[in-house]
Design a protein. Sequence first.
Length: 143
Amino acid sequence: MERIPFRKYNKGFREESVKLVIEGGLLVPEAGRRLSPAPSVLRNWVIAHKEGELSKVGNSRRWLMETELEMARLRREPAEVKMERDSVLCKGVAARYAMIKRLRLNYSFPFLCLALKVSVSGYCAWSAGKPPRGGPRRMRDWN
């Protein structure tokens, strides 16, 4: 199984980054935007510096396994799908039907209908091109 390395910063870069925060008076988020490490990483460096252990940072890093990376991706995926679903829910029934059509090969059809809060029969009518019964409001939602 192939291993993928963590991003490594050399000792000098860590020291200069901490110096910017402590001596330069920059806030950690601002220093994180100017430099490449995340603010949480930079905050850990500042704490390690204050404890006198900045030189030990990065010595005990292990490589991530491919399965660990896949698990992290799978944990992120539901949140991304939820955000996409919530944005689609605001756009009307036709947008939800179009999303079901697009995702139907990846997910089960009943699950998509349930998740996007539409009826199976409504989707089937939409995909067949039949206009809905129920007056002008239904026609407006249809398009």
